[in-house]
Design a binder for this molecule. Structure first.
Ligand SMILES: [Zn+2]
Length: 684
């Protein structure tokens, strides 16, 4: 039997296997798994690498070069043998309980794809492997574990990895009694260890769900192909749900897009083809264009001995050394898929000989010669049909660029690199994703036979209002030194910081004002009274939230009353709206997080809690929260709250507000409360 005939036989066998893999399709569909921990998400502890309690072994360098880290910088180290470690202890002052655990790093192409965090908790030791090449700038979930102080619990990161390991910060969220029962005693630490790289955090029994990105590989054929072709190591995490593109089911992973053929077989798509993403500069990296001479010389599929000739073509054109640099392009290509990947049940006779064919399936043929990045001599690229091989002198490693991530950025417009946007001007894929449309597409006629409904999870959309502005200063405080703090100024400062905090985690944020000005600048008669006034300025704010189709509306204020003894936090919501339960939950979560954040920053406020507006207004409503009335022609379409952070008319509160750390704590508290709300009520 020729090699290619053998390949076809084994591939056919793999396709047949899919029929028998019908388990798991129905599980873990009952609700968002992350919601399970919502009830516990009321406390937060962050331990930064600069914290004196953090212990290191071996030499770790400090840096703040690559953004995305928490605090003032991060520790990093080139790969080693595991003898160098960083240990973040579970703080002695924290309450015992069930916590969601998160890690933070700054990502880049030279980072480890398999940085190993060892979590020591009540469950023993669990290793969670993460890919630090991406995901920087966000808190990335490691799982949910029970911790207790004084028991040596914490998180250890070692240098045993395939790239630069970044040790930055660890965050514990929760601390109350578990909202769901902990794993049964039968689920040992070693069992968790096996599951650790596949999002055991959110759904312990669902290997197909990846908490790192929040997507699941539902389709059995895709799952079969993914697991037999190296999984996360070769393809990265799923970054979409499956959807229909030009008549075929597809799913996007960080490095690849998988396509289900009508015959039930799966193949990787040529993401760099003319019809998809035929570009040469993405996110500042410039890689070679397709080389026509190479295309001319390449063997044609369907010709005799194609597979043998194709593999020889790879050997001839994907070198291991370029201008003295050990780029290992050939070696990387031919070590993509291991025997363990392809044959988890044991290697069949002749199976080893098929592995190069699987590598070819993943990468396709080289379509350019290797070339240095003109902007970065330490980077060498080579273009293949289905990937860009990237050598980074910094780590001496080679790997595929995250082309799937870029394709997702292209179609969603989120995190879209500006150079890619420029080249893709006129592309039918540019910002084609439109979740509000029935097809999920902005211009469905451009990509016939497609349905993108539900292709991507929608990020939360939040409308933020900074109270007052312009001649409306709100309340104020005059300090003994004669300086006056106007509420409108502080509102704007806190709102802008809150906007940035939420935008950093991918939220879509709409704002009513970003300068010291009224929102109804043009003095339009928005309420139909014929004499524009304060009501029109308030209506303008609600109109912003409604026009943005935001999920929630949050108005930032500080309080002021005639009684200087009144102090503390009030979060107002309106009990008479159809979504009052959600407004109430939002108010509760924001208040809890705000008070916690202030306490952590050293100021313990009077906590007046989530308060119905009717309780302080004799049954009436605040304009921004109100149902439709004679004065409020267009009420908010979404849950809404007014946050009165502290009292400017109280000396203690006002003095605290002179401290930048307290103002920051207020913005952080609001952000955390809002994030907790969306864990309970996910967007879209
Ligand atoms: Zn106010």
């Amino acid at each position: 039997m020729s090699l290619s005939a053998l390949a076809r036989t084994v591939l056919a066998a793999l396709v047949l296997l899919q029929v028998g893999v019908a388990t798991g399709a129905a599980q873990a569909q009952d609700g968002d798994p992350s919601a399970q921990t919502a009830a516990a998400a009321n406390g937060e502890v962050i331990v930064d690498s600069a914290n004196p309690s953090v212990r290191t072994t071996g030499a770790w360098a400090t840096s703040s070069t690559t953004p995305g880290f928490y605090g003032s910088g991060y520790l990093f180290r080139v790969p080693g043998n595991g003898s160098a470690t960083v240990f973040w202890p579970f703080p002695a002052t924290a309450a015992p309980g069930q916590y969601q655990l998160f890690a933070r790093w700054s990502s880049g192409p030279n980072r480890a794809s398999n940085a190993a965090y060892q979590v020591t908790s009540n469950a023993g030791q669990t290793v969670v492997t993460v890919d630090q090449r991406s995901g920087g700038g966000d808190w990335q979930p490691l799982g949910t574990f029970a911790f207790a102080p004084g028991k040596g619990h914490g998180v250890t990161l070692s240098d045993k990895a395939d790239g630069v390991v970044v040790a930055n910060a660890i965050r514990w969220v929760g601390g109350e009694v578990a909202a769901t029962p902990p794993p049964s005693p039968g689920q040992s630490a070693s069992a968790q260890l096996v599951e650790a790289t596949v999002g055991q955090a959110a759904a312990p029994n669902d290997a197909r769900f990846f908490a790192q990105t929040g997507y699941r590989v539902d389709d059995n054929a895709f799952w079969e192909y993914f697991t037999k072709r190296g999984g996360v190591r070769t393809m990265g995490y799923p970054v979409s749900n499956s959807f229909v593109l030009s008549g075929m089911k597809v799913q996007i992973f960080q490095r690849q897009m998988l396509q289900l053929r009508p015959d039930g077989g799966v193949q990787t798509m040529n993401l760099l083809d003319e019809g998809l993403m035929p570009y040469t500069t993405i996110n500042g990296s410039t890689f070679p264009a397709p080389d026509p001479a190479l295309a001319q010389a390449a063997p044609r599929p369907g010709t005799p001995d194609y597979l043998e000739r194709a593999l020889q073509f790879v050997r001839d054109n994907a070198p291991d050394t370029v201008e003295g640099e050990p780029v290992s392009f050939g070696r990387t290509f031919f070590s993509s898929i291991t025997a363990q990947d392809a044959y988890p049940g044991g290697v069949p006779d002749g199976g080893e000989a098929l592995l190069p064919g699987f590598d070819l399936e993943l990468w396709g043929l080289p379509t350019s010669k290797p070339a240095r990045d003109p902007a970065n001599g330490g980077f060498v690229y080579q273009r293949f049909q289905r990937g860009i091989m990237h050598y980074d002198k910094g780590c001496g490693c080679s790997q595929g660029l995250l082309l799937g991530d870029y394709f997702k950025a292209l179609v969603t417009g989120q995190n879209l690199p500006s150079d890619l946007a420029v080249q893709a001007k006129g592309s039918k894929f540019l910002q084609q994703w439109a979740p509000a449309q029935p097809s999920g597409m902005a211009r469905p006629d451009q990509v016939p036979g497609s349905s993108w409904q539900g292709a991507f999870r929608r990020e939360p959309a939040v409308a933020l209002d900074a109270g007052h502005g312009g001649s409306e200063i709100g309340t104020s405080h005059t300090y003994p030194d004669g300086t006056t703090l106007a509420e409108k100024t502080l509102n704007l400062r806190v709102m802008l910081r809150l906007r940035d905090l939420l935008a950093q985690t991918g939220y879509q944020v709409a704002t009513t004002r970003t300068t010291d000005a009224p929102v109804n600048k043009d003095k339009k008669d928005l309420t139909g009274k014929g004499h524009p006034g304060l009501a029109d300025d308030l209506q303008a704010r609600v109109d912003v939230a409604n026009a943005a189709h935001s999920d929630i509306f949050v108005s930032v204020h500080f309080n002021g009353v005639s009684d200087p003894a009144s102090r503390g936090t009030y979060i107002f919501w309106d009990p008479s709206r159809p979504f009052a339960d959600r407004s109430h939950t939002l108010a509760e979560m924001v208040d809890t997080a705000l008070v916690k954040s202030l306490k952590d920053a050293g100021y313990t406020p009077d906590n007046h809690g989530a308060t119905p507006d009717t309780a302080v207004l004799g049954g009436e409503h605040y304009y921004l929260l109100s149902p439709k009335t004679d004065v409020v022609p267009r009420p908010s379409d979404m849950p809404a709250i007014i946050c009165e952070g502290l009292f400017l008319t109280n000396d203690g509160d006002a003095n605290a507000l002179r401290n930048d750390a307290i103002v920051e704590a207020i913005a952080q508290g609001y952000a955390q409360g809002i994030r907790n709300y969306f864990v309970r009520f996910p967007a879209g």
